[in-house]
Write a protein that binds this ligand. Structure first.
Ligand code: CO8
Length: 154
């Protein structure tokens, strides 16, 4: 299965969180999970928060952010009757609003799962509900609005 991020046009494939062209980045990969989407990632121990053993909040927001923008592109493509992973030049979305609710400490040393659910597509705008899980524990949830970049965007 091809990851959504592996379909990004080259010029948009340098994101620290999910760009395949960023060798120093996290290279997050997102996929379909039925009608929703998901990604998995195990942050290294250097991404600790104030207390060793807990992931810091910025990393949690990054994982949700990058999974969200990739999911926005996939959801928008699907709404238009297309499969993003089959598109030569799929739309690229950026985050304009991300509201994270940290529900409990996120443990280090375990694989985390990010999920996105589509709330609605309105023109270039995609609204989603996201969550981050460690095992079956929901550690964070988020509401996100992503906007499709125009073809002439830099
Ligand atoms: C370049 C690829 C990098 C991919 C990285 C992916 C992960 C990320 O971290 S993204 C980085 C963080 N996000 C950003 O930097 C985004 C910064 N913002 C921008 O670049 C621009 O505002 C952009 C491209 C989103 C929209 O600009 P533009 O194409 O001129 O559209 P614009 O006409 O202003 O707005 C389009 C619609 O979005 C809405 N909108 C724009 N910004 C916002 C906002 N901040 N909040 C809510 N709505 C907004 C507008 O109201 C408008 O709605 P409507 O169509 O109903 O009138």
């Amino acid at each position: 299965m091809k990851a959504f991020q592996d379909c990004y046009p080259m010029k948009y494939a340098h994101c620290y969180g999910c760009g395949r062209e960023n060798a120093m980045g996290l290279q997050l990969k997102s996929y379909w999970n039925g009608v929703d989407t998901q990604a998995h990632f195990t942050p290294g121990m250097q991404y600790s928060g104030g207390v060793p053993g807990h992931v810091y909040g910025g990393m949690i927001a990054s994982l949700l952010d990058c999974h969200g923008t990739a999911s926005a592109a996939a959801f928008a493509c699907r709404e238009r009757g297309k499969d993003m992973t089959q598109e030569a030049n799929p739309a690229r979305f950026v985050t304009v609003s991300l509201s994270v609710n940290f529900k409990r400490p996120t443990p280090q040393g375990v694989e985390l799962c990010m999920r996105a659910q589509l709330l609605g597509v309105e023109g270039r705008k995609v609204r989603m509900s996201l969550c981050l899980l460690a095992g079956d524990q929901v550690c964070a949830t988020a509401d996100m609005l992503a906007i499709e970049l125009l073809p002439e965007a830099p």
